[in-house]
Design a protein around this ligand. Structure first.
Ligand code: B16
Ligand code: MG
Length: 216
């Protein structure tokens, strides 16, 4: 047993479900480019950076673009996405998420956000959770995408906690791998058959408690 000193939370799929907005915006872009994009294909984008997501979509459509065109397409998609998240409300927080982050803080455990999204701050502001994190590491602060552990290691560093004393909460396979690569414990949010490397898998943060943290 190990005393957990910090919890680092992924955003999309753990605190909120912004995948639905990403999907709508990417689908609109794909349709404008002349092909379809399904919800099943959207699964490939979870936890993946914006630039990499665009490359996956162009590949699905069999479309080739120059770097300048790719930048324009990513910006176009992001404008639609930002418009949608600008209307998010605190009732979109996933069940138990806010309560568990608060419970960690009440128990003296530090909290950080570790997300690939460059729009993390906007989302946290919309759902009134900015003040629940001691450190916020997002897509603007990292150069290497998950499964590289950079985002979580920066979180631990900013909190002043060694990686072995951190637990990461992640819904994406690449995110679970990133936590393991960083030498951290990881709780998967989703299916145990998909998130096989995690120390524990739960369906959502409503299933978590501070006691369960100490048992990891
Ligand atoms: P943005 P997470 C990720 O968030 C999403 O899961 C992924 O679908 C998205 O492409 C990525 O953020 C980048 O988002 O375009 O807003 O910078 O799961 O790491 O919190
Ligand atoms: Mg995620």
């Amino acid at each position: 047993m190990n005393q957990i000193k910090a919890c680092i939370f992924d955003l999309d799929g753990v605190i909120v479900d912004t995948a639905v907005y990403h999907y709508k915006a990417w689908k609109r872009l794909a349709n404008e480019l002349g092909f379809d994009f399904t919800e099943e294909q959207n699964e490939l984008l979870k936890g993946v950076s914006r630039v990499r997501s665009l490359e996956i979509i162009l590949n699905i459509g069999g479309v080739t673009k120059t770097d300048a065109e790719k930048e324009e397409l990513a910006t176009r998609k992001n404008t639609w996405y930002v418009d949608m998240i600008g209307r998010m409300k605190p009732d979109e927080i996933l069940p138990g998420a806010k309560e568990f982050v608060q419970a960690c803080r009440d128990a003296g455990i530090k909290t950080a956000l570790g997300s690939a999204s460059k729009n993390s701050m906007t989302i946290l502001e919309k759902i009134n959770m900015v003040n629940l994190f001691d450190a916020i590491i997002d897509g603007n602060k990292v150069s290497k995408a998950k499964p590289d552990p950079e985002v979580f290691l920066k979180g631990a560093e900013e909190l002043g906690v060694t990686p072995a004393d951190c637990v990461v909460f992640e819904d994406a396979i690449a995110g679970v791998e990133a936590a393991i690569n960083g030498g951290m414990k990881v709780v998967g949010i989703g299916s145990p058959t998909v998130l096989t490397g995690a120390n524990l898998v739960v369906s959502g943060l409503s299933e978590m408690s501070v006691v369960k943290l100490e048992e990891l």
